[in-house]
Design a protein around this ligand. Structure first.
Ligand code: NAD
Length: 443
């Protein structure tokens, strides 16, 4: 089928590559000329396991192409995906300017029936705004072309995006027309063989489903962080508590890890956006407001531990930092906990000596050259002449380090672990002082 994808980011690029892989003919449009040029040269702008060979092979096979030419893109696709960003605006509401710009562009160039599929995460009612923008644009050009709007939110996880798109848990379709549903079912049929994963519903319910999913996951994390903070004050160990509650199948073990807060491009902005959408219809989303507030505090946790340990003075200290990305297996630094920590350490006069398996380039891009940030080539070299170690991201390579080496390299044998990777008793056996989340103040 002929498909066009607007927005070559984490969602658009992965979805486009996966659709091309099963045989669809996919054109990707982006306003970022450099990104398009790089993709044409085989340079993939993001780190995502399995993505590079998928993009390269489908590009070479001619099923996947990249351009900034929106007109050609609109002419190509019968199905047109909107996968552009929906960042928070000043008050935290989702900013729809990119989505509505694409809607307008599609309307300007369409000469035949199009199915416009919204994959971006958007507030309830956005499909109506897309419809209105397309209709106005068509009317002002006196064009009488028909179109459908579908809501098809994306549930991929960064770090596992390719496999999530290849083997989705569910395919949510918010549709109003049988023809559009039929076309979307045909498009996704290669991913829907094992059992029917397509769940159809009205458009508003589909739009809300995406927010509800992310807000539920964020709620689980903030809930566990709150219990971890209580565990710390009560002298309990959150890891025992986690095992204890996860064994109840109604709760389950997934997504109940305490830590130094959630980040990324989705949870923070989607929780905020639903809170703001709720306000607009006269409702106070108290649970979600608290989820956001707890997370905000949690991102400061490691810095609080550090300042308490050093009597509020880290001026001149060199901090080894392992993990910069907001979670493992991605280079995405959006809203990462490491950023809150680094910025606070810099304000307090410390130098950060960091290592991350994938996010170093992105860190360099965000912060540029500065004397108080050193990006190191290995996790071991990040320890050179450092005073203590902090862990912000649970990359596999950090899970079983050489503790003797850590101890010998640090001027203080001290670890602040924002992801609870190690056993406090084992750390004590190695002679390392160890702070983790909700496991007692220091062992
Ligand atoms: P992103 O920032 O990585 O990519 C967005 C792309 O859209 C950019 O390359 C940008 O240049 C491009 N763009 C902006 N305006 C454009 C226009 N008019 N025409 C063509 N391209 C344009 O964003 P993302 O992380 O892929 O997220 C996209 C949407 O999907 C967001 O609404 C997000 O909330 C949602 N989402 C993201 C994830 C995720 O894990 N990243 C998962 C599910 C849903």
């Amino acid at each position: 089928m002929k498909v066009t994808v607007f927005g070559i980011g984490y969602v658009g690029l992965v979805q486009a590559a996966v659709l091309a892989e099963v045989g669809h003919d996919v054109v990707c449009i982006d306003v970022d000329q450099a990104k398009v040029d790089n993709l044409k040269k085989g340079n993939i702008p993001i780190y995502e396991p399995g993505l590079t060979p998928l993009v390269t092979s489908n590009f070479e096979a001619g099923r996947l192409s990249f351009t900034t030419d929106a007109k050609a893109g609109v002419e190509h696709g019968d199905l047109i995906f909107i996968a552009v960003g929906t960042p928070p605006d000043e008050d935290g509401s989702a900013d729809l300017k990119y989505v509505l710009t694409v809607a307008q562009t599609v309307a300007e160039y369409m000469q035949s029936h199009k199915i416009i599929i919204n994959k971006s995460t958007v507030p309830v009612g956005t499909a109506d705004k897309v419809k209105a923008r397309v209709t106005e644009t068509l009317n002002s050009a006196s064009k009488s072309v028909t179109f459908d709007v579908v809501s098809n939110p994306e549930f991929l996880k960064e770090g596992a995006a390719v496999s999530d798109c290849m083997r989705p848990d569910r395919i949510i379709l918010g549709v109003e027309s049988d023809t559009a549903e039929d076309k979307l079912r045909e498009l996704y049929s290669p991913f829907n063989r094992n059992h029917d994963k397509v769940i159809t519903m009205d458009i508003r319910s589909a739009e809300l489903t995406k927010y509800a999913a992310n807000c539920m996951l964020a709620t689980k994390i903030s809930f566990m962080n709150e219990i971890a903070n209580l565990a710390e004050l009560f002298g309990a160990d959150i890891e025992h508590v986690r095992h204890g509650i996860g064994s109840d199948p109604r709760i389950g073990y997934q997504f109940i890890y305490p830590g130094c807060g959630y980040g990324g491009s989705c949870f923070p902005k989607d929780v905020q956006a639903l809170v703001r959408s709720a306000n607009k219809v006269g409702y106070t989303a108290r649970v979600l407001e608290s989820v956001e507030a707890v997370n905000y505090q949690q991102k400061e946790k490691l810095f609080e531990y550090i300042m308490r340990h050093f009597n509020n003075d880290v001026k001149g200290k060199t901090v080894a930092l392992w993990g910069l990305s907001f979670k493992p297996n991605t280079d995405d630094m959006r809203e990462a906990s490491s950023r809150v920590l680094m910025e606070k350490l810099w304000d307090a006069g410390a130098t950060v000596q960091a290592y991350d398996p994938e996010a170093m380039e992105e860190t360099q891009r965000i912060y540029g050259d500065r004397d108080d940030l050193r990006l190191m080539g290995t996790k071991e070299s990040a320890l050179n002449q450092a005073d203590f170690l902090v862990i912000c991201t649970e990359w596999q390579v950090f899970r079983a380090p050489d503790f003797e080496l850590i101890k010998s390299k640090l001027s203080n044998p001290l670890i602040f672990d924002g992801r609870n990777l190690f056993e406090p008793k084992r750390m004590a056996d190695y002679g390392l002082q160890y702070y983790a989340i909700g496991r007692g103040l220091s062992v």
